[in-house]
Design a protein around this ligand. Structure first.
Ligand code: SF4
Length: 385
């Protein structure tokens, strides 16, 4: 790449301020409330409609000792959740007015229980979320969401109106529409944005008000569209796995002569591809319910075929030459998912590589050696046509 994207700087700046970034500080200074959540499928639109700033909690962008968290969460709780609790135990998430989760996986369930038991935030909120998208599941989830709205209204003493919900849906949809424009640029032969840069953008999206984020993302897309960055004919990779936050992990992969053009990450394409219905005649809570049950499915949703098909479809759209799945140790949803997904990729002639990781790891040492061999194998295949 011959040129850097200047509009990436504000995202990077916010990320260096983790975990209490300046947009969150400004929000708190103006009297706003902040709820930190973990796991996926949290309807941020509802929190936003309640006037609350939702923050997607994460651990540091590097592998760190987890001594404090290990005293509360067993070693076979994933290091992703233990990293979050390590930060919380140090007091660096003490600015939160509430903590929220869903039954996304065993890791999120255990962290929620421990947080509530040993260090409860002023508000502890939990939203039960079904694993299927049947009509019975929709009715059940609609009821859960209604009850969740009532509990938020009680906690924050604020009525959540349909108008506020529609406004929040529009704002969050705008983020998704912008990301789809960015993803379209990544489909090109010479993508003007690196995969590691996209991780920086994902990270910042989790730590600031969405309206402000949308402005930054629009600026970046405008610059990327006009950027004269080097054409890139190197192997095009897709990365798969749970939420991924370390840009150095992706940079390490790209520094070996590849470019990451697509992902099916929980904090990436899975959250930013599909839109919530903005139909004025549809109850906004029903639109939110349907979205979270029918969007790009996470491995927690069954049956898995819909998820596999979405990922394979993406691989085709983004002209992917190879797929790398990073599996965080003890992450049951992705351990089961990866074997079945890689078989489907191999059947289409797309090689795949599984990397067993700890949360926050960079692509160094043995990981680097394995990725290098993988990239060289793809190059060789491309040469042979
Ligand atoms: S890494 Fe896996 S087990 Fe841990 S929170 Fe993410 S999905 Fe759940």
């Amino acid at each position: 790449m011959s040129q850097i994207l200047k509009t990436l700087d504000p995202f990077k700046k916010i990320n260096t301020e983790f975990p209490f970034a300046s947009p969150i500080k400004d929000w708190k200074k103006s009297g706003g409330k902040v709820i930190g959540f973990f796991g996926g499928d949290v309807p941020e639109e509802i929190l936003s409609a309640a006037g609350v700033l939702p923050i997607w909690l994460r651990g540091p962008c590097s592998e760190v000792p987890l001594d404090a968290a290990n005293a509360y969460l067993h070693m076979y709780s994933c290091s992703h959740m233990r990293s979050i609790f390590e930060i919380a135990l140090k007091g660096d998430y003490s600015y939160l007015d509430g903590v929220m989760s869903t039954p996304y996986c065993d890791g999120t369930r255990r962290l929620y229980d421990v947080w509530e038991r040993y260090m409860p935030a002023p508000a502890m909120l939990f939203l039960h979320t079904p694993h299927k998208n049947t009509s019975e599941a929709e009715a059940f989830h609609y009821q859960n969401i209604e009850e969740f709205v009532e509990s938020l209204e009680r906690v924050f003493q604020k009525k959540i109106t349909d108008e506020a919900l529609r406004e929040a849906i529009r704002t969050y949809n705008k983020t998704r529409k912008l990301f789809n424009r960015l993803f379209d640029l990544r489909k090109k032969n010479n993508p003007p944005v690196l995969g590691s840069e996209v991780i920086e953008i994902y990270n910042a999206s989790a730590m600031m008000p969405r309206k402000d984020f949308n402005i930054l993302l629009e600026n970046l897309i405008n610059e990327a569209k006009a950027a004269d960055r080097m054409p890139n004919n190197c192997p095009r990779l897709m990365i798969n796995g749970t939420a991924l936050h370390n840009p150095e992990y992706v940079k390490g992969i790209e520094d070996l002569g590849s470019i990451v053009v697509a992902d099916s990450l929980l904090n990436g394409a899975m959250s930013f591809t599909d839109l919530i219905s903005e139909d004025e005649n549809t109850d906004p809570l029903l639109a939110i319910t349907r979205y979270y049950l029918n969007k790009f499915p996470a491995p927690r949703m069954v049956p898995s075929e819909a998820r596999f098909n979405r990922i394979l479809e993406m691989a085709e759209q983004f002209h992917v030459d190879g797929m790398i799945t990073g599996v965080v140790r003890y992450c049951a949803p992705h351990i089961y998912d990866e074997i079945r997904l890689s078989k489907r990729f191999e059947a289409r002639g797309i090689p795949s590589l599984r990397l067993d990781l700890e949360y926050g790891m960079a692509a160094t040492g043995q990981i680097k050696t394995r990725v290098q061999a993988f990239v060289e194998m793809i190059e060789e295949r491309k040469r042979k046509g």
